[in-house]
Design a protein around this ligand. Structure first.
Ligand SMILES: [Mg+2]
Length: 302
């Protein structure tokens, strides 16, 4: 098969230059491969190098070692089925820059207590559902106006989120925001970023709209994300190879493993280790470069 190596730099630094490409070219040649000439997706920012008759699993460590320590993301994947027809994205710390539950807790003066639990859950050190119930209980009494204020004042889309979703949709893909967080946020972030659908847990409220501290059961955790990916894939008649999942936390692992291309975005170590691709330096438009889109093809909503 043909493997394609994609290098992606921080878009503000554009540090891809001839020296970087020469280092990679030499390493591939030393390993017995004959890489094709580089094809720029965005000058200085993203580039493809096709390697014919090459196994992804063999090329990947060669490319990673060659660029080790450089501020550049290195992805190696099969050339076939690069353009994806389904995107399933985590929300907290992936599509947005925050953990919503920590921001809700901050409104009650409980950020430290809650974020410590969030951190351990996202690292996979404690069970997701139990940790979610425990933190939701700490939010009891929070009112609808306070929640609206959190959404308005504290929650921001990560760079590239809008462009990623708009470009994939323009090219016919289906996009889903699938979260272990809460529908209060996913319904709004879905609209803000332009996703086709969202799925998340429901925070239960009393007659005045205040949080009761309970979450609707069953809690949607790691398995629910994988099931959402697989259900959408089957319902729309996609091949697994045509699907992409992106996330940062331990509850994203199952969908990242099940997707045709699993992407760890600025992820916890346990997630980064398991994913097909790790994005650390690029923003969310890196997921478009991974699919071979040139920057000139990006759709940027105004
Ligand atoms: Mg997350």
């Amino acid at each position: 098969m043909t493997a394609v190596v994609t290098l992606i730099a921080d878009p503000t630094r554009r540090s891809l230059d001839d020296d970087v490409l020469a280092s990679l070219g030499q390493a591939l040649a030393d390993a017995g491969f004959a890489p094709a000439p580089p094809v720029w997706l965005s000058p200085g920012e993203a580039v493809d190098i096709a390697v014919a008759r090459a196994d992804v699993a063999v090329v990947r460590p060669v490319a990673e070692v060659a660029l080790d320590g450089m501020p550049i993301d290195v992805a190696v994947q099969p050339q076939a089925n690069r353009r994806k027809r389904l995107l399933v994205a985590d929300m907290d710390s992936t599509i947005i820059g925050q953990e919503c539950i920590d921001e809700l807790a901050a409104a009650l003066g409980l950020r430290e207590e809650v974020s410590a639990i969030t951190e351990r859950a996202m690292r996979g050190e404690i069970e997701f559902a139990a940790a979610l119930r425990e933190r939701a209980a700490m939010l009891a009494g929070l009112g609808p106006d306070e929640m609206e204020a959190v959404l308005r004042d504290r929650i921001t889309l990560n760079l590239g989120a809008h462009t990623l979703v708009a470009t994939m949709r323009k090219n016919g893909a289906f996009t889903a925001l699938v979260s272990g967080g809460f529908t209060f946020f996913t319904s709004r972030i879905r609209a803000r970023a332009g996703f086709d659908m969202d799925q998340a847990n429901v925070l239960l409220t009393d007659d005045e709209g205040k949080l009761t501290g309970l979450v609707a059961e069953p809690v949607l955790g790691r398995a629910a994300k994988r099931e959402a990916l697989q259900a959408l894939t089957a319902a729309r008649g996609f091949a697994t190879a045509e699907t992409m999942a992106v996330g940062d936390g331990a509850n994203d692992l199952a969908m990242i493993e099940a997707a045709g291309l699993g992407v760890a975005f600025r992820a916890k170590p346990a997630v980064a280790e398991q994913a097909d691709v790790r994005i650390t330096h690029g923003d969310l438009t890196a997921l478009l470069f991974l699919q071979g889109y040139q920057r000139a093809e990006f759709i940027t909503p105004t």
